[in-house]
Ligand binder design. Structure first.
Ligand code: GRF
Length: 215
């Protein structure tokens, strides 16, 4: 019998990236989506998971008496109980701590099996407002980055980036729409390659790693 790779998607918002990932996963025989997890009781992603027929577990900090560490532990325990191999963050607005990352460390590869999409060309414009910060800076070119998650915020090994130009008359919402369109193409494509082992981890400098996709 074919070995399946089990994944989970964590999201806090609308869930448009979660939707793109779920649609791609449905086309991949070797991939099973164990669950979607959200930390927001009214997140749009709950409906997205429902439409895809995937369980959505809501684990908010409020459920845990406002204790962020306990919330993260509950998420970790749930993912372990579901035997999740890879975690895909799709607009999950909590920074994950070292215990969570250690639970998904791939010792052989020396990286965490936790993937994120960030709305800028890293290492520029790290943080929660990538599109807004890049737009307000006045960039002529921006983009999106898919990377592995490390303990430093938005600093893990880069897997793939895609760019778009900013038109002189573009509003922030045009800018964000252009970026989101790219996210929805890039993230599922990267997910497929990672889950079908079409990648290698390269050391690019003394300390930095880079994931190179194949094919
Ligand atoms: C995306 O822009 C993603 O890059 C960022 O959060 C946003 C989530 O959007 N991390 P959605 O919920 O997937 O529509």
């Amino acid at each position: 019998m074919e070995n399946k790779v089990t994944i989970a998607i964590l999201a806090s918002g609308t869930g448009s990236n979660a939707k793109a990932l779920l649609e791609k996963a449905a086309q991949l025989n070797q991939v099973e989506v164990a669950c979607v997890i959200t930390d927001r009781a009214k997140a749009g992603v709950i409906e997205v998971a429902d439409v895809a027929g995937v369980e959505c577990k809501v684990i908010t900090s409020k459920n845990c008496g406002g204790d962020r560490a306990r919330q993260e532990q509950m998420v970790t325990d749930y993912l372990k109980q579901k035997k999740v191999d890879w975690v895909f963050l799709a607009g999950y607005m909590k920074v994950l701590g070292s215990n969570f990352l250690a639970a998904f460390k791939d010792e052989a590869l020396g990286v965490n099996r936790v993937v994120n999409i960030h709305p800028s060309l890293l290492p520029s414009f790290k943080g929660a407002n990538g599109y807004k910060d890049a737009f307000e800076y006045g960039v002529a070119l921006s983009g999106v980055t898919v990377h592995l998650v490390s303990e430093e915020l938005d600093d893990g090994p880069i897997i793939a980036q895609a760019s778009f130009t900013r038109g002189v008359d573009d509003s922030l919402s045009d800018f964000m729409a252009n970026g989101l369109k790219l996210e929805h193409q890039l993230y599922p494509d990267v997910m497929e390659k990672l889950l079908t082992s079409k990648f290698k981890v390269h050391r690019t400098g003394d300390a930095r790693l880079r994931v190179v996709l194949e094919g």
